[in-house]
Design a protein around this ligand. Structure first.
Ligand code: FES
Length: 105
């Protein structure tokens, strides 16, 4: 599992998603509640960037139709999305945030 540095921890504002690219995969990195999560940036319902949505209660909301996805599991909490979005493991090393997209969880 190859971890890639995506940004500095200090670059992440609480509950403000940051869009990064890891091995050509668009990933939304979210710092919330003292933890950092990485979720694929594309909504499973349509081709919409999740990093443009809002974060609340460890979920990221798709701005187009309102499905929210759990940042820990990628599962949608409600319609219209029915399929989960891939989530990725995150490592914090000092002030560096690293993400691996080689093994989806
Ligand atoms: S495009 Fe995301 S819920 Fe429809």
């Amino acid at each position: 599992m190859a971890f890639v540095r995506v940004c500095a921890l200090g670059d992440l504002e609480e509950d403000t998603p940051k869009l990064v690219e890891v091995d050509s995969t668009p990933v939304s990195v979210v710092r919330t509640g003292g933890e950092v999560f990485a979720i694929n940036d594309i909504c499973s319902h349509a081709n919409v960037s999740l990093s443009e949505g809002e974060v609340e209660d460890c979920q990221i909301e798709c701005w187009l139709h309102g499905s929210s996805f759990d940042l820990r599991t990628g599962k949608p909490s409600g319609l219209p999305a029915t399929r989960p979005v891939p989530v990725y493991p995150v490592q914090i090393q000092g002030d560096d945030v690293l993400v691996s997209v080689t093994q989806e969880s």
